[in-house]
Write a protein that binds this ligand. Structure first.
Ligand code: KIV
Length: 273
């Protein structure tokens, strides 16, 4: 008799209920090979708009489209069975109106099979979050350093460092909780503000460059694997020198091909090894 192991995906209500229980672990992925390997170790995988930078080598996140993220999301969902999958709503896909946001969020979820979308924005996007949540689309809100506001911010700069902007970011966070977001990404803010917001809201906060005061952490997988070249933010901890490992594997392969050591008989058809 064969036994089948059925793994249940971490759900949106389960993530929501983790506040003050156990830290939430998250990473990004945009392809099936990475997603398959990290699935076991994370609670949710974000198919982030950072895909524009890490997969396509672009300078910022602004030009990735709904269609591209939906396709990357489908690859991640198909390769995983445990982690909740969240897909970013790209720049321009939700700011204009709640109706446009709904059409694009529905497309992202139906094409990819992901469980939720993530939206960057201050209190101004809260009505859109409410519109989506009331129509069955779970939303993760993203405040603080918002890469889609790169041109407004004048760079990827830490936010909320003075009292007034800190107060505004806390108000943004609260507005998204009231609107129905089930989780909140806090990016590029100081520890005191991250601590204040984490206490203020009843939904889990997920930090990226926002100190250990948050309810969980997320990083871009290529950053922790040492595959992001020289573009590594200060808040990243690198766990692998992936670039050196890949260089050394590629060099060995190249040497073997040139010397004739590869392929061997065991790699060939019709030759007894
Ligand atoms: O696109 C992204 O990777 C993000 C971060 C929160 C990791 O939004």
């Amino acid at each position: 008799m064969s036994s089948t192991v059925i793994t249940k995906r971490v759900s949106v209500p389960e993530l929501r209920a983790r506040k003050n229980q156990e830290k939430i672990v998250a990473l990004t992925a945009h392809n099936s090979s990475i997603a398959r390997v990290i699935d076991e170790y994370v609670d949710f995988i974000l198919v982030g708009d950072s895909t524009a930078m890490v997969a396509y080598g672009l300078q910022n996140t602004l030009s990735i489209t709904v269609e591209q993220l939906a396709a990357h999301g489908a690859a991640v969902v198909s390769a995983t069975s445990r982690a909740c999958v969240v897909v970013d709503m790209p720049f321009g896909s939700y700011q204009e109106s709640p109706e446009l946001a709904f059409r694009n969020a529905a497309k992202l979820l139906s094409v990819s099979g992901a469980s939720a979308v993530k939206i960057e924005g201050g209190a101004v996007t809260a009505p859109t979050v409410k519109f989506l949540v009331e129509r069955g689309i779970p939303v993760v809100a993203h405040v603080g350093l918002m890469p889609q506001y790169l041109n407004t911010m004048g760079g990827f700069l830490a936010q909320g460092l003075d009292e007034e902007s800190g107060r505004r970011i806390a108000a943004d966070a609260l507005a998204h909780e009231v609107a129905g977001a089930f989780m909140l990404v806090l990016e590029g803010i100081g520890e005191p503000l991250a601590r204040k917001i984490t206490k203020l809201v009843s939904i889990p906060t997920i930090g990226i460059g926002a100190s250990p005061a948050c309810d969980g952490q997320i990083l871009v997988t290529e950053d922790i694997l040492g595959l992001s070249g020289s573009r590594v933010p200060r808040f990243v901890k690198q766990y692998l020198d992936g670039e050196s490992l890949i260089r050394s594997a590629a060099l060995s392969y190249s040497n073997d091909v040139k010397s004739g050591e590869f392929p061997e008989a065991r790699h060939c058809f019709g030759i007894k090894a």
